[in-house]
Design a protein around this ligand. Structure first.
Ligand code: BG6
Length: 475
């Protein structure tokens, strides 16, 4: 029987790549899978600016063996993927779909056979439709619904899966759903829902973690957070306040409950500044305290660079259109804080900073403030338009260059004592992007969506394979 302790015995690091169910599986209505919120949204909403969907996606559902073979041949020793809640429980609660269980058993068993340690997220944005119409994460009952779903997963897969995450990016998910409004159900600048959503997500996460621990399974369970650190622009006058509110807004409302088992002490003060109120129940404190994460997953793409708020109206800036738009990523919140723009930092085609040294800054800050026992970089990578040659090969030098820099900073942090022991490149293969459909590519493996989903490893795939080899050979 495999043991968790054996994972890090021979090798001190997990090197792999990530995926998420809706983004890669396809088979949206096969084998009794229930309807997901994203299925419904993409099929029906005029706000689906991608004009496409995840119906087929990268067809991981049928071709998982091919993908796993390629990842193993790339010398990766782990794979991150998520479970589709609606595949296990088609209506979110109630009847379990055995065919969904069978599918994930096949994937898990095959990954293990190929020496890829499975790292599974229970929730990566794809809420079952029936729960979405019932208020989604704003309905407090979802805490129990999620706990029930998590328990079913632990009972069915927990004998073999040793690394779990409850929720992928509760903060960014809530931000897109409630503030930007580019994820269903597209609420815009609704801060009350932004905060409540995250609070309910963290309660659900804590409840699932407690259940996992109570079951006495051999393994670890964590939370995956986006970000890590806030940096203030030098012109900032009210440094203390911008840091306090900004760090709560981007990090602490997730990292404190996840790693310290409690909401930050500044919660009420910050909520009041937004004229918002968090609805809590009397046992919540106990629940959060009992559901601390064993490790932290960090999805690291960029920092939050902030400065003083102004009298300007609250507004969010988001680029869903790549180089067709000049918009940069950011927000201005009336009188509280706003994103600062550093002209010296290069931005990608989606208006996001490309600043690899934040890998180091974020890792060090998280280690210092929260002292997690283990950190894994659960996402990091580069999204962009890509052109393949006539053989399907992509010479993605830009991805290699950026990833090499990010990894240099990761290893620097590790050498200085940060307990980081895993890295998952985002993404394993080209897949559906929530706001860019199939235009923006992240994968190490090219998927030709126009021609029978032909698979071709990119230059970065080979570069990553050699990087892993060098790491383990100590050169
Ligand atoms: C992360 C998500 O936020 O970023 C992934 O966990 C996502 O699911 C990735 O694909 C890249 O996001 P985007 O918006 O650039 O496609």
């Amino acid at each position: 029987m495999r043991k968790f302790a054996d994972i890090f015995k021979d090798k001190d690091f997990l090197w792999g790549a990530g995926t998420a169910a809706y983004q890669c599986e396809g088979a949206w209505n096969e084998d009794q899978k229930g309807l997901g919120e994203w299925d419904y949204f993409n099929h029906n909403s005029k706000l689906n600016i991608n004009h496409t969907d995840g119906d087929v996606a990268s067809d991981f559902y049928h071709r998982y063996r091919e993908y796993i073979d390629l990842l193993a041949e790339g010398h990766q020793n782990t794979i991150r993927f998520s479970i589709s809640w609606a595949r296990i429980l088609p209506k979110g609660t109630g009847q379990v779909n055995q065919k969904g269980i069978d599918f994930y058993n096949r994937v898990i068993d095959y990954a293990i056979e190929k020496n890829l340690e499975p790292n599974i997220s229970l929730f990566h944005y794809d809420l079952p439709y029936e729960l979405a119409v019932d208020g989604g994460w704003l309905n407090r009952k979802i805490v129990d619904y999620f706990a029930n779903y998590a328990k079913i997963c632990f009972e069915n897969f927990g004998d073999r899966v040793k690394i779990w995450a409850t929720i992928n990016e509760p903060r960014y998910y809530s931000y897109c759903v409630n503030v930007v409004g580019n994820y269903p159900p597209n609420r815009h600048l609704d801060f009350q829902s932004y905060f409540q959503y995250q609070y309910n997500l963290m309660l659900a996460s804590a409840k699932a973690i407690k259940i996992y621990h109570d079951l006495g399974l051999d393994g670890i369970i964590g939370v995956v957070h986006d970000n890590g650190n806030v940096e203030l622009a030098p012109e900032t006058k009210n440094k203390k306040n911008v840091q306090l509110i900004g760090d709560f807004f981007y990090n602490r409302q997730i990292l404190c409950p996840a790693l310290l088992g409690k909401m930050p002490e500044e919660t009420d003060e910050v909520l009041a500044a937004f004229n918002c109120l968090l609805y809590r129940e009397k046992d919540d404190k106990e629940l959060l305290a009992a559901g601390k994460a064993d490790y932290l997953g960090l999805n690291l793409y960029n920092r939050q660079y902030l400065t003083d708020g102004t009298k300007d109206v609250t507004k969010v800036f988001h680029n869903n259109q790549g180089s067709r738009s000049k918009a940069k990523e950011g927000i201005q919140i009336h009188n509280l804080f706003k994103s600062a723009f550093d002209p010296k930092v290069k931005r990608n085609q989606w208006g996001r900073e490309e600043l690899p040294r934040v890998m180091y800054t974020a890792l060090c800050e998280v280690q210092r403030k929260y002292q997690p026992k283990l950190i894994m970089i659960t996402e990091n990578g580069h999204g962009g338009y890509e052109q393949a040659d006539e053989t399907g090969f992509v010479n993605d030098e830009q991805r290699i260059k950026l990833t090499a820099e990010f990894l240099k900073y990761l290893l620097k942090a590790k050498s200085e004592g940060v307990k980081v022991h895993g890295y998952y490149h985002w993404s394993a293969m080209d897949l559906y992007s929530w706001i860019n459909g199939y235009e923006k590519r992240y994968g190490l493996i090219r998927v030709d969506f126009a021609h029978q989903l032909a698979l071709t490893p990119k230059k970065s795939y080979y570069w990553y394979r050699d990087f892993i080899d060098q790491y383990f050979s100590g050169s």
